[in-house]
Write a protein that binds this ligand. Structure first.
Ligand code: SF4
Length: 359
């Protein structure tokens, strides 16, 4: 919090009744102006959430954690949710071979996100290069940012392509879109390492006399090896397309806080605070504090062995993904209506075809 200059979330929790297990357990731990935006809400005005996705790969459970939280906010505060899909970002930073590949993942990822049960009337997807007004907004914002700021914040070098240099402006336009189009103040749920983007867009907003976007900051969900979960580390990440045998193989290699030998575990107990399996219980599957406390105590007392926990996690993940795949198939028709521009039917039917194959 010190390093990024953000506020602790704890002092404002009771005032706004923010009782979500991810906040209670410190996964969302900091904010910028969250209190301001909730005061606006309590004075009878609406606000919007912007939560984007860079479409260069399949969605994994770490991404979905944030969107599940967004869904909770949408239900609690009735907010409009905007989900920019940055095909341009993935292309200019060389994460996909061409824009078509990014567009395919954009529709595919949108389907995953939408099928968690977001309200179709209040959810708005757009793909950067398919929403023409975005270019106009980006150009308008660009006069309020200098190249030296962009270079200092993002570490760009002489060999960086101009698309990448322009991208922070496009991302600012993503975030400010509900303010520009509908006058809605914006809240952005974001991992703490992305805070520099928020600082840039807040500077721009101040210069343009727009509401400075608020942010709520999360930690990373750790992958099975204990490092932040990333699609580029597939062995330690669970994607929403996994089947049971691949989940089993991955989870059995998970980092835990237990002992190799069962007799040591029984004698000394484990350390749940080091354990990825426990972290996934805490963030995803055990929403009741009593259930989580029980696992924690059994681990510390040595009553529980890591093998048991891993088997439980495999069951939770398998059920979760099976159910997710079912909801995905059901959601595709309604997804079309949530896009702010015409849908590319050729690509959408490929996404649809993939779901038919997995039946
Ligand atoms: S017993 Fe469970 S919670 Fe404890 S360290 Fe092992 S896997 Fe983690």
């Amino acid at each position: 919090m010190k390093e990024f200059g953000v506020e602790d979330i704890k002092p404002i929790l009771d005032r706004y009744n923010l009782d979500h297990h991810l906040i209670r357990r410190g996964f969302f731990f900091a904010h910028r102006d969250l209190d301001k935006i909730l005061d606006i809400y309590h004075s009878g005005r609406e606000f919007a959430i912007v939560s984007g996705r860079g479409p260069s790969n399949k969605v994994h459970i770490g991404h979905m954690l944030i969107f599940n939280f967004v869904k909770w906010m949408q239900e609690k505060f009735g907010v409009e949710v905007y989900i920019p899909l940055s095909d341009d970002e993935k292309y200019v930073f060389g994460k996909v071979k061409d824009l078509n590949e990014a567009e395919f993942f954009a529709y595919d990822n949108a389907l995953d996100i939408f099928s968690i049960g977001l309200n179709p009337k209040k959810t708005h997807f757009f793909i950067s290069t398919r929403y023409p007004a975005l270019y106009r907004y980006s150009v308008t914002l660009s006069r309020n940012l200098t190249f030296s700021t962009v270079r200092a914040v993002f570490g760009f070098k002489g060999e960086t392509n101009p698309g990448a240099i322009f991208y922070p402006i496009v991302q600012s336009a993503h975030i400010l879109l509900p303010t520009i189009e509908k006058g809605l103040p914006v809240l952005v749920p974001i991992a703490i390492d992305q805070d520099p983007y928020i600082r840039v867009v807040r500077d721009i907003s101040a210069k343009m006399e727009l509401f400075k976007p608020a942010a709520i900051h999360s930690k990373f969900l750790r992958g099975l090896d204990g490092r932040p979960m990333s699609a580029s580390n597939p062995k330690t990440t669970i994607f929403l397309t996994e089947d049971e045998s691949s989940i089993r193989k991955k989870v059995w290699n998970a980092l835990t806080g237990g002992w190799k030998r069962a007799k040591d575990q029984r004698k000394y107990g484990g350390k749940p605070e080091l354990c990825v399996v426990f972290e996934w219980f805490s963030t995803y599957f055990l929403k009741s504090d009593d259930d989580l406390k029980k696992v924690e105590m059994e681990c510390r007392n040595g009553e529980k062995l890591c093998g048991q926990c891993k088997e439980e996690l495999i069951d939770y993940l398998t059920d979760y993904i099976r159910e997710h795949k079912r909801k995905r198939r059901e959601s595709i028709k309604e997804l079309r209506g949530t896009f702010m521009h015409e849908v590319n039917e050729e690509i959408m039917s490929k996404v649809e075809g993939m779901d038919d194959e997995s039946r």
